[in-house]
Design a protein around this ligand. Sequence first.
Ligand SMILES: Nc1ncnc2c1ncn2[C@@H]1O[C@H](COP(=O)(O)OP(=O)(O)OP(=O)(O)O)[C@@H](O)[C@H]1O
Ligand SMILES: [Mg+2]
Length: 250
Amino acid sequence: MSNNVLEVKNLSAGIEEREILHDVNFTIKKGEVHVLMGPNGAGKSTIGNVIMGNPRYQVTGGNIIFNGEDVTEYSADKRAKAGIFLSFQEPLEVPGLPLDGFIKNALEQKTGERVRIWDFKKELKKAMDVLSMNESYGKRNLNVGFSGGEKKKAEILQLLMLKPDLAILDETDSGLDVDAVRIVSKGIEEYMRETNGSLLIITHSTRILDNLNVDYTHVCVNGHIIETGDGSLVEKINEGGYESFLEERK
Ligand SMILES: Nc1ncnc2c1ncn2[C@@H]1O[C@H](COP(=O)(O)OP(=O)(O)OP(=O)(O)O)[C@@H](O)[C@H]1O
Ligand SMILES: [Mg+2]
């Protein structure tokens, strides 16, 4: 069996009349960590949204293959059940829905089975401990009144509980204080260890990558992947920025 978890093939996509992504290609194998970098507005979040199946974006060409199945036409819901997870750059607030109930429901949707409440509580407590989250957050409405950092932790809590085959983390580290970055990074490491999942991390910083072994780095500029390299590419970008990087290609 192939080890490919995600294959993005000649993917072009946009919003309304505007094409944002042009002929994007990359493949993520089981257990791999991929980093997606690029200047603001390059199309990184769009890549995450299109893989997740956000209906606001239209695929105008190419395919998204997940675990060997063509999911290009699947709804976001169906993709989530299949095992794709997207942590949002700006998580939404959902009044009236407690965080623990939201996670329990998502788990039941995914497995098609009822979750046993005691097991669930035990697992949730364990995951919250990893993230140094107070248990009381479970009873609070999803992201309502959460600080920026708390919202990001709540996303990682979902990651630890849902154990998706593929996790796309869109700037999960932005706005986090030093300790929170370390905690979130620990949570991501725990997900990789427990699930042997696959990661696509969209980021502008490198601190979140400290505990992870990066297999590939992709550079997205103007909706194109202009370069793919190993983990050392992250350092190169940090040192030279994107401009010098583009100069080199001329
Ligand atoms: N819902 C939308 N409506 C209109 N334009 C959009 C929408 N989503 C994305 N775009 C446009 O597509 C381009 C790519 O946006 P995207 O959010 O993917 O960038 P990004 O690489 O994630 O940037 P950043 O690093 O700032 O998060 C931008 O020019 C943006 O304005
Ligand atoms: Mg973005």
